[in-house]
Write a protein that binds this ligand. Sequence first.
Ligand code: LLP
Length: 424
Amino acid sequence: MHHFDVRDGALHAEGASLETIAAEVGTPVYVYSAATLRRHYGLLRDACDAHRDALGDALIAFAVKANSNLSVLATLARLGCGADTVSEGEIRRALAAGVPAERIIFSGVGKTDAELAFAIQAGVRQINLESGAELDRLIAVAASLQARPEVAVRVNPDVGAGGHAKITTGGKGDKFGVPVQEAMDLYARASASPHVRPVGLACHIGSQITTLEPLRAAFQVLRDMTERLRGQGLEVTRLDLGGGLGVPYFGDAATPAPAEYVAMVAGVLDGLKVEAAFEPGRLLAANAGVLVSRVIQVTERTDGRRFLVLDAAMNDLMRPALYDAFHALEPVRARAGEAAPHDIVGPVCETGDTFARDRDLPPFQAGDLAVFMSAGAYGAVMASEYNTRPLVPEVLVDGDRWAVVRPRPSYDAILAREPLADWL
Ligand code: LLP
């Protein structure tokens, strides 16, 4: 569900015309809908609140990596949403957007000593440990700061899942988390240290997961481990269930509703008396954003191929090039006529800059606006300035209001970032 609809013949984001935004800000541009963010958070919040007996006062910690724009984070923070972060930069963003430190989780396979120290000093809720080597470093850092941070051990439950091999994280060979027996030992070792306080277990098995089964299997592993650890006299009060729930990129593809997902979790954790945390990224943000681009030209080749050449490129939206991801493309103002197969491409000088091949599209002409849907997660955050294309700007819409929440840098600003070596 989202709030991008056709009004008076043209696609709008809530009450704001995408034609107006494109005219004033230029293209390509990401446009986010605050109402959609609120709706998605609200669905998950309501589902959690309906299962307080099994989930406690569950924390929803938005995975900042999915969309780290400060205004997006602030929109969610105002609702009480926490943040799942993986770098000092993301912690700083979450704090700057108004997320209280006690709702910030610090995850990631390669946290530096400096980042661990920063997280401890910021007073984050919990640091998710990913290895024994990391526990050793955290103990040393915490000891030097005379602190005792709360930690969870990220388990690799050997249940891989996800929409693409590059976004599967829970399989045995993946670099994330600690295998079950090792995690048990690590938990006991951490419990014996005066410098860290283990509070629970965490897992995140992959992203764009479209069935509940692998998630259920992973959470069952956490439940079993919790019972075994408690059997050893150790305290386990929190379970961090990660993110990963998929969204319907194809429009018609069914994905589990948040309420269904949370009911499944409540079923697995029933009677365990833990406080749950969720780290959704895509679920909250994907359908809350679109990438608006303008058609540079339609190229009809003599070999019969038809190319829709957009002013958006792989540097603005990496997902198709990186994961063969599907993003629906909609006209802002539809033209009458038959659909025909097109290759959708950008201006960047490599074949990977292809958003889709042989996609049936309605007629487009040069100058028309074309919108990639479901681009609010892992869109702008993964953009670059490859080919010296200025970093794509971002706009947040809320009802009839809209604001540029990250402007497009000028060429002068881009060049000024690079001081010439003094011998040149
Ligand atoms: N928690 C942890 C520890 C994670 O590593 C991730 C995502 C999440 C939560 C949020 O997962 P989500 O709910 O969004 O599935 N760039 C890729 C996705 C990478 C996901 C990485 N980890 C894409 O565009 O599909």
